[in-house]
Write a protein that binds this ligand. Structure first.
Ligand code: AP5
Length: 256
């Protein structure tokens, strides 16, 4: 395991015609992980820590939709404009739009450095699509980490979250504050509150999670790749728990 070079993830965030600032490093063991869990449970925070440690690329579908939402209206495709509206309301973006966007970026998924998928898949249909792609490319999922936390703690994490507008690093006003108020520790970008962290959007997101995403727990359990992890405690404690769990399944991460 080695620290990856800083990567702006341009090919993922902007699409396949953009080039990442760092090429993926070919590693002896490429980790291919899915992070599951309710909105605000800490998937993005853990994805950052895991990326630094495992060298795999952090692929968040929410980050792609937010990046598209920041483009000028004339540069946005109708599908991306619609996706951004779903997101603002806290609803799930339709499967067809999500899959089209992920499929376009499939080189990020099959890349030699591995991946940490954060926010995808979110429905059974999306999970089936990912499974089909990975079977076709003959790559294996190393594991699916399912972070578990009470609703009260989730709501508190979401309402205090601040995200860097440039590099997307995630902070929390009390639990994970930046060194300088409102400024990203990593790239000095401005820290903003997400539009879907408003209370009414949070309620819609939690309901969408229960209805559409929670069934994935059973889906991956039946595939024998589910790793349930308590998301209580500090980010470092959760990270240590995750690494301990991953150390027991290393053999499954190998390419066939
Ligand atoms: P997305 O961006 O994926 O959001 P999400 O799944 O709702 O998850 P979050 O990013 O809100 O939370 P997180 O679990 O990453 O927590 P974080 O680490 O930030 O999706 C947004 C929207 O896009 C969706 O609602 C949907 O509309 C659309 N979308 C995206 N993908 C889609 C798909 N596949 N299909 C359909 N629609 C899709 O942590 C939260 C806060 O808690 C932070 O402030 C953090 O600093 C703090 N924190 C983290 N860990 C701890 C800790 N241990 N203790 C205390 N505080 C902590």
């Amino acid at each position: 395991m080695s620290a990856p070079p800083d990567n702006n993830r341009a090919a993922w965030l902007q699409g396949p015609s953009a080039h990442c600032s760092a090429e993926p490093v070919k590693v002896a063991r490429a980790w291919r992980l899915v992070l599951l869990g309710a909105p605000g449970v800490g998937k993005g925070t853990q994805a950052e820590l895991l990326t630094d440690c495992l060298g795999a690329c952090h692929l968040s579908t929410g980050d792609v939709f937010r990046a598209a939402g920041k483009q000028r209206a004339c540069d946005q495709s109708p599908a991306m404009r619609a996706a951004f509206e779903y997101m603002r309301r806290g609803e799930l973006v339709p499967d067809a739009t999500v899959w089209e966007m992920v499929r376009e970026r499939s080189t990020c998924i099959v890349g030699c450095g591995g991946f940490i998928l954060d926010g995808f898949p979110r429905t059974i249909a999306q999970a089936e699509s990912l499974k089909g792609l990975m079977e076709q490319k003959r790559i294996l999922l190393s594991g699916v980490v399912n972070y578990e936390l009470s609703v009260d703690e989730i709501v508190s994490r979401l309402s205090g979250r601040r995200t860097c507008e440039k590099c997307k690093s995630v902070f929390h006003v009390t639990e994970r504050p930046p060194k300088v108020d409102g400024v990203c520790d990593r790239c000095q970008g401005k820290l903003l509150q997400r539009e879907d962290d408003r209370p009414e959007a949070i309620a819609v997101r939690l309901e969408a999670y229960q209805r559409s995403t929670a069934p994935l727990i059973r889906f991956y359990k039946e595939l024998g790749v589910l790793l349930p992890i308590s998301a209580k405690g500090s980010p470092d404690e959760i990270f240590d728990r995750t690494m301990a769990s991953l150390s027991q399944i290393e053999v499954r991460s190998q390419v066939r």
